[in-house]
Design a protein around this ligand. Structure first.
Ligand SMILES: O=P(O)(O)OC[C@H]1O[C@@H](O)[C@H](O)[C@@H]1O
Length: 291
């Protein structure tokens, strides 16, 4: 059985359909002081999947704690978390004394609640395996790149794929290579939460169709700066394809002002740019674990 909350009921329902299993809602009541009361379905089976993407994570983490512990109290033996976007993975090192390394702490918090954690393209740059960040019995990070490549085959004509920074090379390369597309990455310097500088690679961009490809749009600064730099080089068009459409306030207008034509995202995070479904990817990974 899949359990979901109202925010991701549609995606969870699609996944349940793909796996031919029931999907039930965790009811959420908010008290006047802001606390929540959750009500789970009763008579839960031995194996339960909780589907919830962890964008806007702070309240969701408390709700996951309540739901997972309550499911165990009902006798659930195996709990699987499907969180297409996994929060707090970016804070993976203390740059100053006293800075909290959230990745480690949230990773352990989630691993204490769930036997298995399934996610897509987590932002891991200093560790290489999800299990190092989320030490659950089983932790699997899927890649959205095959679904992105399939999408681009029908939505872009011979584009140059451009990653905005060196970290994005893994995704750009994985999407470009199977179809023999040209790809490159920019050099990025992050100066603050909402301030980055981007230097384009030395390529002739004139009249080319560029697709900027990255894992996350948060403030939108990275993609906007890259798009502006491309347009200054006389590109024919700039489109954007990302895995996780976090879109902090202001990001949308930033991209529009930068002259981005289309923004496409996977449905890991609910957003109006969602164009690439991850249901088949998640379903295939889960199928072998179900009993
Ligand atoms: O520039 P914004 O949109 O705020 O942040 C997203 C970028 O910051 C990085 O961590 C991500 O990999 C992406 O390149």
């Amino acid at each position: 059985m899949i359990l979901c909350f109202d925010d991701y009921a549609e995606q969870a329902g699609e996944l349940a359909d793909a796996l031919a299993m029931p999907c039930k809602l965790v009811d959420r009541h908010r008290f006047p002081d802001g606390e929540v009361k959750l009500t789970l379905p009763v008579a839960l089976p031995a194996q339960v999947i909780i589907y919830r993407s962890l964008d806007h994570p702070n309240e969701k983490l408390v709700e996951l704690l309540l739901a997972a512990r309550a499911a165990r109290e009902q006798g659930v033996k195996e709990l699987i978390l499907v969180a297409p976007y996994l929060c707090y993975m970016r804070q993976d090192i203390a740059f100053n004394p006293g800075e909290v390394v959230s990745q480690r702490i949230i990773g352990r918090f989630i691993a204490d609640l769930f036997d298995t954690v399934l996610t897509v393209d987590p932002h891991l740059h200093r560790v290489h395996h999800l299990k190092q960040a989320v030490p659950a019995k089983r932790a699997l990070a899927l890649q959205a790149t095959p679904a992105m490549a399939a999408f681009l085959r029908t939505h872009a004509s011979n584009p140059i794929l451009l990653g905005p920074d060196s970290e994005s090379e893994q995704w750009v390369k994985a999407v470009a290579e199977p179809d023999g597309l040209r790809y490159a990455t920019c050099t990025k310097q992050r100066l603050g939460d909402r301030e980055v500088s981007i230097t384009l690679p030395d390529i002739d961009f004139r009249d080319q169709s560029v697709v900027l490809l990255d894992d996350i749009i948060s403030s939108g600064e990275t993609i906007a700066r890259a798009a502006v730099a491309c347009r200054e080089q006389g590109v024919a068009s700039v489109d954007v394809l990302v895995t996780h459409a976090l879109f902090a306030p202001g990001a949308e207008s930033l991209l529009k002002d930068a002259g981005v034509r289309h923004v496409w995202s996977t449905n890991s995070v609910r957003h109006k740019t969602n164009a690439v479904s991850l249901v088949a990817l998640l379903g295939d990974a889960l199928r072998s674990w179900l009993h």
